[in-house]
Design a protein around this ligand. Sequence first.
Ligand code: ACO
Length: 381
Amino acid sequence: MSGEMISGAFEPGLEGIVAAETRLSSVDGEAGELIVAGFPVEDIASRASFEEIVYLLWHDALPSVEQLAEFREALAAKRSLPGATMGLLRAAASEKVSVMDALRMAAGTLSLGIPEDDAHEQALALVARFPAIVAAYWRLLRGEEPVDPAPELEHAANYLYMLSGEKPGDNSARALETYLNTVVDHGLNASTFAARVIVSTRSDLVSAITGAIGALKGPLHGGAPGPALDTVFEIGKKVRAEGYLREKLERGERLMGFGHRVYKVRDPRADVLAAAAERLYATEADRKLYELALHVEKTALKLLEEYKPGRRLQTNVEFYTALLLHGLGLPAELFAPTFAVSRVAGWLAHCFEQQESGRIIRPQSAYIGARNRRWIPPEQR
Ligand code: ACO
């Protein structure tokens, strides 16, 4: 029996529980549909700029030309990292902590110089500085000096520039922008829920985002694209695909990049990213790898149907995320942090919604521990 007055059944993992109302995104796993603030993801992700998408999520409307220019400028003006943030990144690099840990620690420093009650300034600084933190830290880790942001570049292009020190081609910038737009929000996932719980106590945005990074860091949430690409590399040649994948399935192993808890038909984000990868690999990167990946995907889907009939296992977003980000020259260590560079905008939009609702998130627990114990002094136990 419970120590609290329990009014509902215990649902492990809160599965099936509706814990928020949102106008930000709708995920329909049976229809294979993702709507972002009213727009099908396939309509908007490869066409809008990331700045437009952030504006859309925060204001529930696409910006006018003037509003967009103003928003871009406001973000670009906030990109430079404060000295304290850079100092922390240098210290973290000297201990070679993971990029996600460095991002979490550095995100916490973004309260410095911005009043806690200025939510707008905090939100702008968080979105603007995430790419700067990841890029600066990645360079420091490799013994290189960080590259200052280029104010004339848009958000996505500037991220690539700060990573490599070279201005990216239009195709690369567009490919990254499509990725950022595709994964910016996805219902009440674990990190978004964590952020909403934190602001629901009337805590501040920097605290909420720092907590959300912690939730995203876990391999069950942010961590699969690296292994999906490893499979393609290990296969190496089209002729090896079937034997390699069959062996894995025979051993009872899972194929990385396939299957999803929610999507039982093809994840629409996989389609958007597949199309973006095709455009990217057509011009700039290793076409052979792209074709190998397509072959691996086709073979995997055929074998999953054979070995797991009726389980409706489809390609998930991680498979094409890996291919696209690899094509942009990003190493696997940057896949999850780059996901955060996008998702921070969605987290913040959810925080704004949660602040409007004003109600603290406070579920119940069912007590299953002992009762009627009595304390006795240590020497009598
Ligand atoms: N390869 C082979 N078999 C699989 C796979 C897979 N990738 N995914 C599920 N199955 C099988 C399971 O073994 C199980 O088989 P059984 O009925 O014979 O026991 C059946 O399909 C159902 O599996 P569940 O574990 O119930 O599916 P669930 O919805 O819990 O899992 C998950 C979803 C965790 C994503 C799973 O598909 C998986 O492990 N995929 C591989 C890892 C991966 O790609 N993760 C990234 C997901 S995308 C994201 O998180 C944004």
